[in-house]
Ligand binder design. Structure first.
Ligand SMILES: [Fe+2]
Length: 291
């Protein structure tokens, strides 16, 4: 079955601590499913992880009697730790990300001075997706859209009329993702947003985050038509030059995410904690005066 021919069911769980939406995409109760961008709770004061958010995903999957085939990351997130290994242990499924993750691993292996055995080939993941690669979730056909800019490795996942855009577009009144992390690039993100906005106008777009203005509720589903008409950063008519100038001006004002340091060093390991030291404890590192 071709992408576009079907309309899968999508369940979104919003995490208010990190503004992240985790999705379960499936074809109805009893079917196969994919989990997208699951969150591992993390208390930075205590350095302690937790499973409350991931357990909500598990409860939904079990209530719908779904079989997890894939646990998909849109990119190596900088604002939350991935719950992929926890969910894989509980529910099964293969953990996957875009194949350009190797470039991100290389940059951050340097910054964090990771152990020499840390591989730069993405082998911490079960599968690396190439641009336009197709794959199956039961009878749902999925397709990869390579959409770099926020990071050099971002991908979006398309299942029929539903596209999980990762950190590219946000809701129309919020705009687009930042491009100032290592390897990010505003011009590249502009091209990725045009790629997404060239999909059929009725295509359902599911955001990776929402940062709602105070006068509206959290929302994370919109359409290509709505984004082309109303996205404050990339509605039809905004040129690449205008976008890049706006994005770079705005990025210069943004603070780094609270959890960027623990998140990145764990997420480039596919969500695994670093190897424990001789005392049995795993440590996250803080590079001083680098970021
Ligand atoms: Fe991100």
């Amino acid at each position: 079955m071709k992408p576009g021919a079907i309309s899968p069911q999508v369940h979104g769980l919003f995490d208010p601590a990190t503004w992240t939406v985790t999705y379960v995409v499936h074809n109805g109760p009893g079917s196969a499913c994919a989990i997208i961008d699951p969150v591992l709770d993390y208390d930075p004061k205590a350095g302690r992880t937790g499973h409350a958010s991931a357990d909500q995903v598990i409860a939904y999957v079990r209530a719908q009697n779904l079989q997890v085939e894939w646990i998909l990351e849109t990119h190596a997130h900088a604002d939350h730790l991935s719950a992929a290994p926890y969910l894989k242990a509980q529910l099964g499924g293969k953990v996957a990300i875009g194949d350009h993750i190797t470039a991100v691993q290389k940059v951050f292996k340097g910054i964090f001075n990771l152990e020499s055995g840390f591989k730069l080939d993405g082998s911490q993941f079960d599968h690396l997706f190439k641009d336009d690669e197709q794959f199956q979730v039961g009878d749902l056909s999925g397709r990869i859209l390579y959409v770099p800019g926020h990071t050099p490795a971002c991908v979006a996942y398309q299942f029929g009329d539903a596209v999980f855009v990762g950190d590219t577009l946000f809701m129309p009144d919020v705009g687009t993702a930042r491009c100032d992390f290592p390897g990010g690039d505003a011009k590249t993100l502009y091209a990725s947003t045009r790629k997404l906005l060239s999909l059929p106008p009725e295509t359902r777009l599911f955001m990776c985050h929402d940062y709602p203005p105070i006068d509206r509720e959290v929302a994370f589903e919109t359409t290509v038509a709505e984004q082309r008409a109303r996205n404050i950063h990339v509605h039809d008519g905004v040129s690449e030059e205008e976008f890049v100038a706006m994005r770079e001006r705005r990025d210069a004002t943004l603070e780094l995410p609270v959890l960027i340091l623990p998140s990145v060093q764990i997420n480039i390991r596919a969500g695994q904690l670093p190897p424990a030291e001789e005392n049995g404890i795993a440590y996250a590192k803080i590079p001083l005066n680098v970021l």
